[in-house]
Write a protein that binds this ligand. Sequence first.
Ligand code: N01
Length: 536
Amino acid sequence: MTKVDCDVVVVGAGFAGIYALWKAEQQGLSVRGFERASDVGGTWYWNAYPGARCDVASYNYAYFFNSDVVREWDWSDVCSRQGEIQQYLSFVAEKCDVTRLITFDTRVLTTTWSEEAGLWTVRTSGRETVVCRYLVLAVGALSEPKAPDIPGVDSFEGEAWFTSSWPRDSEVDLKGKRVGVIGTGSSGVQCVPEVAKVAREVVVFQRTANFVTPTLSGPMDPELVEELRADPEAVRNGLRKTYGGNQPLYIGSDRFSELDEEGREKALWHAWEQREVALAFWDSHLPDANAAISEFIRQRMHEVVNDPWTADQLVPWDHPYGGKRPCKSDVYLQTFNQPHVRLVSLRETPIEQIVSKGIVTSAEAFDLDVIIYATGFDALSGPVRALNITGIDGMAMNDQWADGPVNYLGTMVHGFPNLFLPSSAMSPSVLSNMATLAEQQIDFIFDKIRWLDEHGQARLHPTAESQEFWRDETLRYAKRVPGALTTDSWYNGANVPGKPRRYMVYRGGFSRYNDACYRELEEGFPGYEVLPGRAA
Ligand code: N01
């Protein structure tokens, strides 16, 4: 009989991983954690580039499972910076006494299911082999950087840095240097203004313009903090009943369809001043409202940039608001008004190659001291694919996902029993509050484990039919979202050459998602195949 080393292995020590480790111990299970970084934090460990901060408000982007954590931690800003969020995660890991369970600086290389034993075998870069009953891959949605698909990347002789793995053990000194930044998603938008503060020259290479709206910032409202601290459990339950897993500080109360032109304009300006223009109307998600919001933002963006050509280029004319992940910044667009900052439109003059001295476009050669790649991630499915997972009958996850990821309720895959994938594809994931999602998914996962143990069952995995149903549901809701299927984005895999195009975010809303998960639990898992017996 195969010897079991522990009940649960948790891979990853970000929001979901830390909570999973705590939850396992609370449930009386033995557990081990593996983390490829040297510390906890996940996304908030790696993305330590200048300017990195969260654009979901910290009063919601936090744990609510532990009242002491809620009461003892003070956020310095409504939307906190990377360093503070990582410190918060360290604080929680210490408070919950889970750091001791984690083996750091260790990658999981392969994970293999044995149907005979009903167990997972995990092999690590530390040459360890660990056998467990349940495997929780809390590896995040945005943790597998996209390889830069540009010819000549290795020939550059200057410094090259990635926002997705910014060095933490040494200072990156950009003072007085000529810096090129490739990529204008959230990371590029946050990084460019900080780079411009110190660099001699900044050249931003933009392929697709993004929506950029003002960010929330400033100290936390003390009354709101008191409210959160009074009853964290109520906050937690309340968040799960919302559409996005958070409670926006402002949402327009009028419907776009019921307002006249003047009323719409007034609502847009009011929401703009509240820094929540995307929520200007109660029905902001409908196509006409979305079109008005998109146009309003385009105008606001255009008017803050002095040079007309640069302004034209920076405005996203080619997709509606929300088609790609919108960005937030109060200073990004204005940075292009500085004389040492220049925009290069790769739509007009594409990069031909990177050479030893810099970047060559179809029109010009740019000599640079530093290149910063803010080129994004193989999102959602990428981190799971990197783990070489083999399920029933030797089926490789990567084969099953050859045409794009499939799963049921965003957490389990047919043919891979007792394997759980929080934060991966087909959940509200990146279009919800990831902290709320981490708690919800880990709760649901450990509720499943408890149910199995209480019912004398050993393993479960979703049926192929449930998985197909969920894929169709995800598509059905995506079709309702303006631009979701027509815009090239990492939401649908279009950012990675050769990646199958499949919309990977469940847009039915957090509340509906939560209900669907817990309906399964209440009804004894009709969407799953449950197998008896318990591994030793
Ligand atoms: O990555 P991205 P990111 N040549 O994929 C360009 C979260 N996040 O790291 O759009 C030239 O959005 C690419 O161009 P295009 C957030 O969810 C959150 O910025 O493919 N350009 C794009 O402009 C976010 O959405 C926060 O045409 C190339 C950019 O690189 C997600 O992480 C902060 C290229 C990549 O943008 C990812 O954001 C930061 C090439 N070969 C991140 N390849 C906050 O909470 C790619 N690009 C605030």
